[in-house]
Design a protein around this ligand. Structure first.
Ligand SMILES: NC(=O)c1ccc[n+]([C@@H]2O[C@H](COP(=O)([O-])OP(=O)(O)OC[C@H]3O[C@@H](n4cnc5c(N)ncnc54)[C@H](OP(=O)(O)O)[C@@H]3O)[C@@H](O)[C@H]2O)c1
Length: 363
């Protein structure tokens, strides 16, 4: 394929009243994390590939930061097999992990009017973030506030939006209510604790002993170490439960739920290679059919208003992503192996400009 064939089209639709910002032309090729087949993280390689060209509704972003989510592990391993019809039956359609993206727009597709080269943005891509350049649906991006670092923004989209939609959209958390976050030390959980506090709730967070201090530092009022205590036997009661683990049956949760409570499940045990958490979620939904508290299950989507809310919270310091470490492209295999183990601590950010595997972040 010639270099011209992969070059993005020239920027389109200059917006009135906004001066063009000069941006460098993207190179024809880039070094990215890539796979051609389903498998464990070791099937990923760091190699030279063409820079993708944006389709009419997409923009090309120079990636300053991405981060990894359980989603990337599922789409890489092709498990549960349930994900394969949408992601490619024989080989993954998403060849490069990284749904989270923060960076600068370099070029726009022919139908894009909302963005222009030079705009700083963050949002959710259909993979591709573990690379210096990624194409993203223009509708799945929002402006990156000047006060927010690219690394913080890159840590946020999938996990932050999931936490926000779980608690605000589905859990309908109101000020003064009591929220339990099960799985509070993970990517979604560390955002959920802060989102619940931002919505005015009192929070009981469940994590392992090594993460108690982290979760408390995010604002949890009470922390339950699941290796020492079973949250469903502590006598605590709740208006909303966000279950990001699925390690208790509905019968254990129901006695904790107050009148009018909402139970929001985003996950379940992953041992079933065909269906993943689905059998657990179906059993839980059936048990709640005969109960007064309501059951909610959903798949998070990159809703612009939710990304904008998170951007505003990041800018004001109301929410700050908990970043365990920042890695370069060479650190993606280890990071995804850790995520597959189910005990990731907070977020692992990927900065394509970091050479070598990367280093721990922050204090
Ligand atoms: N429905 C959706 O749209 C959606 C969206 C995003 C994610 N998800 C799913 O939600 C789950 C959480 O996602 P994530 O990104 O936060 O995953 P993650 O970053 O990999 O975190 C998983 C967390 O679970 C915790 N954990 C493991 N066993 C636990 C237990 N028995 N009790 C309490 N906590 C426990 C671990 O903390 P400790 O090491 O402290 O135990 C770890 O921090 C995943 O299964 C993911 O697939 C669903």
């Amino acid at each position: 394929m010639s270099a011209d064939a992969v070059r993005p089209p020239a920027p389109s639709h200059p917006l009135p009243g906004r001066r063009p910002v000069p941006v460098p032309d993207p190179p024809p090729t880039m070094t990215a994390v890539v796979t051609d087949r389903y498998g464990p993280p070791e099937v990923l390689a760091v190699r030279e590939v063409p820079v993708p060209a944006p389709r009419p509704h997409e923009v090309l972003v120079a990636v300053e930061a991405s981060s990894l989510n359980a989603l990337d592990w599922h789409l890489l391993t092709g498990t549960p097999y349930l994900v394969r019809p949408a992601n490619g039956l024989l080989r993954p359609r998403r060849r490069t992990p990284g749904a989270d993206v923060a960076g600068t727009v370099l070029a726009t597709g022919s139908r894009v009017t909302a963005w222009r080269p030079g705009d700083r943005v963050f949002g959710e891509a259909a993979g591709g973030g573990c690379a210096p350049y990624a194409v993203v649906d223009a509708a799945h991006l929002v402006a990156l506030p000047a006060e927010v670092s690219a690394r913080d923004a890159g840590a946020t989209p999938v996990a932050g939006v999931t936490a926000l939609q779980a608690l605000r959209t589905h859990g309908r958390v109101r000020s003064g209510e009591h929220v339990i976050v099960n799985g509070a030390a993970g990517g979604v959980g560390t955002f959920a604790v802060q989102v619940a506090k931002a919505l005015g709730a009192e929070v009981t967070a469940v994590c392992s002993g090594r993460n108690v201090d982290l979760v408390r530092s995010l604002g949890a009022d009470r922390v339950v170490d699941h290796t020492a205590e079973d949250v469903t036997s502590t006598g605590v009661s709740a208006d909303v439960v966000l279950d990001g683990v699925g390690n208790h049956p509905a019968s254990a949760w129901l006695p904790l739920l107050r009148p009018g409570a909402r139970f929001v499940a985003i996950s379940g045990p992953k041992s079933n290679r065909w269906l993943g958490p689905v059998p657990h979620l179906v059993r839980t939904a059936l048990a709640f059919r005969r109960a007064e508290p309501s059951f909610h299950q959903f798949t998070a989507a990159p809703v612009r208003e939710d990304l904008e809310q998170l951007g505003a919270w990041l800018a004001s310091g109301t929410v700050r992503p908990a970043v365990d470490r920042v890695v370069g492209l060479g650190g993606v295999v280890d990071a995804l192996t850790e995520i597959g183990g189910g005990h990731t601590r907070a977020k692992i950010v990927v900065d394509p400009s970091v050479t070598g595997p990367g280093a721990p972040s922050g204090p």
